[in-house]
Structures are given as structure tokens and as C-alpha cells.
Design a protein. Structure first.
Lengths: 510, 205
């Protein structure tokens, strides 16, 4: 095949995109990945040149679908045991959230009936079809989905290719120096449903805590939901440990997957997963790139674990991430979790209106709690030490204003409502004046004035800097000066310069 | 000649969209002299529509009655001008650009360094110049939205002036005028967003 590639083999990310490349790594490591294929970036570039899918792609799609039907024992659009697929973008360079994704494709009216009969769950099948129709319409700028599954697939592939050129995606590339002519690939895989039954879930996981670097799996899981609900923040997620509690087998497979990926990447790892009827499937993998104290801890721990050498550890930590310690809240019992949109920890009394925040701020710190913010909330925001909102993401008005004022902010707390001097959250009714604590780094919300812990990893940082000084002393022709008199970032930078010059960028990460 | 809003309603509605503000800021936003604005604010206060909140975070703001009165009067004004369809079309154009503006503000405040999102420390002049250029490009595409709005209702022209002013100041080196000042491009945009919702009588979601 010329345009379509299998989810196996040695094809580079430039050809099949980073997502497909990660899926091939997962399969090679013996981990469960839903079967599928990838329409390569060459087809994407051809789409942009000619404004339509290239000649020959149609035949290849038909052949690839036939193969997938054989592998799964299902038929696309079939009235019995229908094949339902996801259609996702995947460029060589990650562009998170910038391009189109279509889930549950293939659910024609007849296929939906088939899925309902197969699962014995009409509501599930109807919900899956409703999500498909809405997603298809969004991705195709208002076009309705035809009731022909194969035609749906062609249109969806074209829509993903077209989304590469959406203004938002173009701007993202301009900001991040990604060439416009790279193009995206399209990954087509058999669907696994995180909303299938009570033993189903979707989530994301890091092999280590991305704030502290501590070697314990960290992430979020959402039972009975599809993966897009986890990322969108529309629903309240649970900490990852709940997965092992409710689905121990899937939890164990996940931990093993994270470990295998760590050994493969020789770095912390990150995955997106779905559990369907108790079985864990991996949908995406990449190295987990950490900042600040976590980056220092992971680099030094990996040396102790024998996965990388000292030189590589030095090159893994950005001098800019050496700086300040991060403060985190130390609460076992969280009230809720949202999206951290402006870093820092703040404790204060709840004020559910801008007026109340201004009034109450005269008598001590307040946290402004709003469904979302409007300009009317600006005085309250200025008066508050932190802000908590039900809606919005990191690029919402509330987040932008909070960052501009240096106020910690947690946004997108799904089940938060505000009414008449009270907030309702986590099944509790909380009156104005009640003290809460928010963590704008991790997005956590806790009741009371919770203690904070400083995550500095000071000892490990000193070790890393001692290695840096050694490298400079051993290898540098001329010393930049005694280590003690230079700043910490400069000590690390000097070592990195020496290593990069010595190696001809041998250690540069991909 | 598009509809011109009388000073009393202009002051009331400007304050409605700003949330709370000092007299000079209301005057600058409305394009009136501070003394004219002051006498309007006092008249409005006598009518129970505006009030002042003391203290560091205080200033002029609308009372609940003021918000009700503003909603009625601004709806009447739009009906009298007969330009609802134009404002609706402009609002659609605005909503297309709104996510772009939010992305650009985020890119100005945060950036990806070595694969990790951190605060933009503004030490990379080339990056900042790139973000500023994208603001300018987006601002040019806002022109037709602003032209429609100004044609529908003259008071909307103030947003074009204020946005251009904020961008000009940012270009001249006052970086906080992009997203980090009370009169930044983002703040004015945020008020325009609020104004369009208020004018069309659309609740925030």
C-alpha cells in the first residue's frame, strides 16, 4: 500500500505521525492496543495540495477496512456485530487538542440496532450513536453524517486532514516553530468503550508523580465514560488508585505497561487508556516530560535505577527548571479536582460573588468561587487570593485574568454549582465564609486551611549539580570559574555545553 | 449615520460591561470627559442605579436596580435602532475569533520550554515578537466585526479605538497592554464579549 500503513513495522513518525508511532511501540512491548491502521502524512500532504483525498486512497481504505473486519470478526456498518472505529489525528509533532477526532464512527441506524442487540444495552448504543453524530458534525463544520458507514469513514479522514489547516492549528504551529508542510496522519482503530458497563473506564496515567517525581503511578480515571470526557473536564475524575480498587486486574496491567514503557523510553512514561468490560487497552503513549523538582528527581532516580548515565541525566534537566521549589497541598481527602490554570496554593474563605469577595477581603483572605467569570467579577478577583470556577480551561478568560494578577486558579471543576451564597461541590453544601484551599498547579480543592508541602528535592538537586561540576572539571579546556560562585542554572548550563560539544549533540533528545 | 447612545445610558452601560471602575477609567472607556461622566454617575446614583464601593478594590458599580434598568434600556435601544441582525452577525464573527484571542493570551503568558509548559519569562524577544505579530494579524481580522458593530450602534466604535490603543502600546514596549493590565487588549476584549451578550440579552451559558 502506498498511503496506508499497518500499526506495526519500522515506519518513522514523519511518515505515520507520533501517535501511531507510540502505538507501534506499545504493541512491540506486548501491550494491548485496539487493532487498526494509519493513513500516512503523505496522504495528508496530497489532500492539502489537491483539496481532496488522493487517487488510490479509496481502494486502500477499503482493503484496510476489510483486513480490520477480518481481525475483529466484525463488519463496518454491519447490522450484526458492527465494527465501530475511532478516527484520530496524529502529526509527527504533538499538537494536543488542535485537530479533529471522531469517535464511534460506523454507527449507522442499522449498526446501532446491531450494537444494541449485541450488548443488550439499548441506552448504551443510542448514547454511542448520539456522540458519534455530534462529533461528526463538529469535525465536518456542520455536515450531517451519511447513513453509509464507509462514506462516513472517507469524510472523517478528509475532515481530520482538513483540520490540520484550521486557523487555530496553524497558529499553534507558528508559535511552536512547526512547519506547515509536515501534515498529519490519521489513525483508524477499532473502538473500545469506556462507557460500556460498570467495569469500564477511561483515564490517563504517568508512571511517576509529575509534580514531585516520586516513583508512584499518578493519574485520573473516570468510570463509565469515554476518554474525551476525561480530557474535556466535563466530568469529575477519580484519582488513579481507584482503578486498582475497583478493577484490580486492569490496574495491575496498567502498572506493568507503565514500567515496560519506562524501560523502553528510559524515562517517565505517560499513557491514555480505556478499560472495557474489565480489560485494559492503551490508546496513546509518550515519554512523560516533567518540569521543576520532578524533572530533577526523575533524572537522578533513573541514574540510580541504572536506566541512564550521569551525563544523560544532566542533559535531561532544563536549567530553567532548576529554580524554585513548588508548593503543593498535602491533603489526603480532596473535595474536588479541576484544571490547574494559574500555579500556587491559596487558602481563604469562600465568597460566591464578586461583591462578597470585596466585602469579606477586608477581614482576611478569600477565594472567589464562580460558575465562570465575567468582567463583573474583576473586583472580586482582585480582592481574592485565589479563584475557583466550574467552567473553562487553561485558556479561558478567568485563567488569563488570574495569571495576569498572579492569583492561583483552579478552573473547570465539573460538579461545582453556585447558588445564593453557597457553593455545592463533591456532594456537600458549603456556605460563604467556609475556609477552603486550592492548588493551582495540580487543580486540587480541599476543605479547610490545608498544610502545604514544599517539593524541592534539594538533596537530589545538589547531587545533580555536583555531577555538573565534575563534568566541567574533567572535560572543559577552560573553566568557567569555581562552581560555588556561579548560579545553579549556570553550573548546569556549563556542564551541558561541555557534554554537547564533546558528543556532537549525541545526547540530544528526539 | 448609526444610532448614537445618549450620555446617561452610555455611562450606565459602560459601567455595566466593565463591572466596576474608577471615574477616569469609565470616562476613558466611554470616550467622554471625566466631568461629564461624574455628573451622569451622580444622577444615576440619585436614581438608585449606581453606587460606589469604598476600599482598595472599590469604585463605581451598578446596583441590582441599575443592572435591571440597563438590560431594559439597552434592549429598547437595539429594538429602536433596528440593527439586531447586524449585531448578531457581528457576534458570530466575534465568537470565531474569541478562542484565537484566548489562545494568544495563553501563549503570551505561558510557553512550552523543553516540552513543559511554564510561565513566559519574556526573555526570548523572538518568541514575544512572534506572539505580538499573531495578535496584530488577528486584530486585522477583527476589523469587519468592528465595522459591522459601529454601523449598528455608534457606541461600539469605542472598542475599536481601545483595542487599537492597547495594541499600539504593547507594540511600543508596554507589554502588559496585551493581557496583563486593567486596560489591556484582553480586558477590552473581555468587556466587548460582555457587551455583546448584554446587548443581545444572552445569558452567559
Amino acid at each position: 500500500m502506498r498511503w496506508i500503513h499497518p500499526l506495526s513495522g519500522e515506519a518513522p513518525p514523519e511518515l505515520i505521525g507520533g501517535k501511531a508511532h507510540g502505538l507501534i511501540v506499545l504493541r512491540r512491548l506486548g501491550l494491548s492496543v485496539p487493532p487498526g491502521f494509519v493513513v500516512g502524512t503523505a496522504a495528508g500532504r496530497a489532500f492539502h495540495r489537491y483539496g481532496r483525498l488522493p487517487d488510490g486512497l479509496g481502494d486502500e481504505l477499503a482493503a484496510a477496512v476489510a483486513e480490520l473486519e477480518t481481525a475483529t470478526g466484525r463488519r463496518l456498518g454491519g447490522p450484526e456485530r458492527p465494527l465501530v472505529v475511532s478516527v484520530r489525528s496524529g502529526a509527527a509533532v504533538p499538537m494536543p487538542g488542535m485537530m479533529a477526532t471522531i469517535l464511534n464512527l460506523g454507527l449507522t441506524a442499522a449498526a446501532t440496532d446491531g450494537l444494541a442487540r449485541e450488548t443488550g444495552d439499548r441506552a448504551f448504543a443510542d448514547d454511542a450513536r448520539r456522540r458519534f453524530l455530534a462529533g461528526f458534525e463538529e469535525a465536518t463544520a456542520g455536515q450531517g453524517a451519511p447513513d453509509d458507514a464507509y462514506r462516513q469513514l472517507e469524510l472523517a479522514v478528509a475532515a481530520v486532514f482538513a483540520s490540520w489547516d484550521a486557523p487555530r492549528a496553524r497558529r499553534y504551529r507558528e508559535l511552536h516553530d512547526i512547519p506547515h508542510d509536515l501534515g498529519t496522519a490519521v489513525v483508524v482503530q477499532a473502538m473500545v468503550f469506556g462507557n460500556r458497563d460498570e467495569h469500564s473506564a477511561a483515564g490517563v496515567a504517568f508512571s511517576r508523580d509529575p509534580t514531585t517525581g516520586e516513583p508512584v503511578p499518578f493519574g485520573e480515571v473516570l468510570f463509565g465514560h469515554q476518554g474525551d470526557d476525561v480530557v474535556s473536564g466535563r466530568s469529575l475524575t477519580r484519582p488513579l488508585r481507584d482503578l486498582s480498587g475497583r478493577e484490580p486486574a486492569a490496574g495491575a496491567v496498567l502498572v506493568e505497561a507503565l514500567n515496560r514503557l519506562e524501560r523502553h523510553y528510559r524515562d517517565a512514561s505517560y499513557v491514555e487508556f480505556t478499560v472495557e468490560c474489565g480489560r485494559l487497552w492503551l490508546l496513546q503513549a509518550r515519554p512523560g516530560r516533567f518540569a521543576g523538582p520532578a524533572a530533577v528527581r526523575v533524572a537522578t532516580d533513573l541514574v540510580d535505577e541504572g536506566l541512564i548515565g550521569r551525563d544523560e541525566a544532566l542533559l535531561r534537566v532544563s536549567p530553567r527548571h532548576l529554580g524554585a521549589a513548588v508548593r503543593r497541598i498535602d491533603a489526603a481527602d480532596l473535595l474536588a479536582r479541576g484544571t490547574g490554570a494559574s500555579p500556587g496554593v491559596a487558602s481563604g474563605r469562600v465568597a460566591t460573588s464578586s461583591e462578597a469577595a470585596v466585602r469579606m477581603a477586608a477581614h482576611g483572605p478569600v477565594i472567589l468561587v464562580r460558575p465562570e467569570t465575567s468582567p463583573l467579577d474583576l473586583p472580586g478577583l482582585a480582592a481574592a487570593v485565589g479563584v475557583l470556577t466550574a467552567r473553562g480551561g487553561p485558556a479561558s478568560h478567568a485563567a488569563i485574568v488570574a495569571r495576569s494578577m498572579g492569583r492561583p486558579a483552579v478552573v473547570g471543576v465539573a460538579d461545582l454549582t453556585v447558588d445564593n451564597g453557597r457553593m455545592y461541590l463533591g456532594g456537600r453544601s458549603i456556605e460563604d465564609g467556609t475556609v477552603i484551599t486550592i492548588d493551582g498547579t495540580g487543580g486540587e480543592v480541599a476543605l479547610g486551611a490545608v498544610a502545604t508541602v514544599s517539593v524541592a528535592n534539594d538533596e537530589r538537586r545538589e547531587r545533580l549539580l555536583a555531577w555538573a561540576d565534575e563534568v566541567v572539571d574533567e572535560l572543559a579546556d577552560e573553566l568557567a570559574g569555581p562552581g560555588e560562585q556561579r548560579s545553579d542554572p549556570d553550573r548546569l548550563r556549563a556542564a551541558q555545553d561541555v557534554l554537547r560539544n564533546a558528543s556532537g549533540d549525541r545526547f540530544e533528545r528526539p | 449615520m448609526s444610532h448614537s447612545t445618549p450620555p446617561e445610558l452610555l455611562v450606565l452601560h459602560t459601567l455595566r460591561c466593565m463591572g466596576a471602575a474608577s471615574l477616569p477609567r469609565v470616562a476613558a472607556a466611554a470616550g467622554l470627559t471625566p466631568s461629564d461622566v461624574e455628573s451622569e454617575l451622580i444622577d444615576l446614583a440619585v436614581a438608585g442605579l449606581t453606587t460606589t464601593v469604598p476600599g482598595e478594590f472599590g469604585g463605581w458599580r451598578l446596583t441590582d436596580a441599575g443592572r435591571v434598568a440597563d438590560a431594559e434600556r439597552i434592549a429598547d435601544e437595539l429594538a429602536a435602532a433596528g440593527t439586531r441582525a447586524t449585531v448578531e452577525r457581528a457576534f458570530e464573527g466575534f465568537l470565531v475569533l474569541n478562542p484565537e484571542l484566548l489562545d494568544l493570551c495563553t501563549a503570551w503568558q505561558l510557553r512550552s520550554v523543553d516540552g513543559v509548559v511554564t510561565a513566559n519569562d519574556h526573555r526570548d524577544a523572538a518568541y514575544d515578537a512572534k506572539v505580538l505579530a499573531l495578535f496584530e494579524d488577528m486584530d486585522r481580522r477583527l476589523d469587519h466585526v468592528c465595522a459591522d458593530l459601529s454601523a449598528a450602534m455608534r457606541r461600539f466604535h469605542r472598542y475599536r479605538v481601545r483595542l487599537a490603543d492597547a495594541l499600539q502600546r504593547a507594540r511600543a514596549g508596554e507589554r502588559e497592554y496585551l493581557c496583563d493590565d486593567l486596560d489591556s487588549y484582553h480586558s477590552v476584549w473581555f468587556q466587548l464579549h460582555e457587551d455583546l451578550l448584554a446587548t443581545l440579552g444572552i445569558p452567559r451559558r
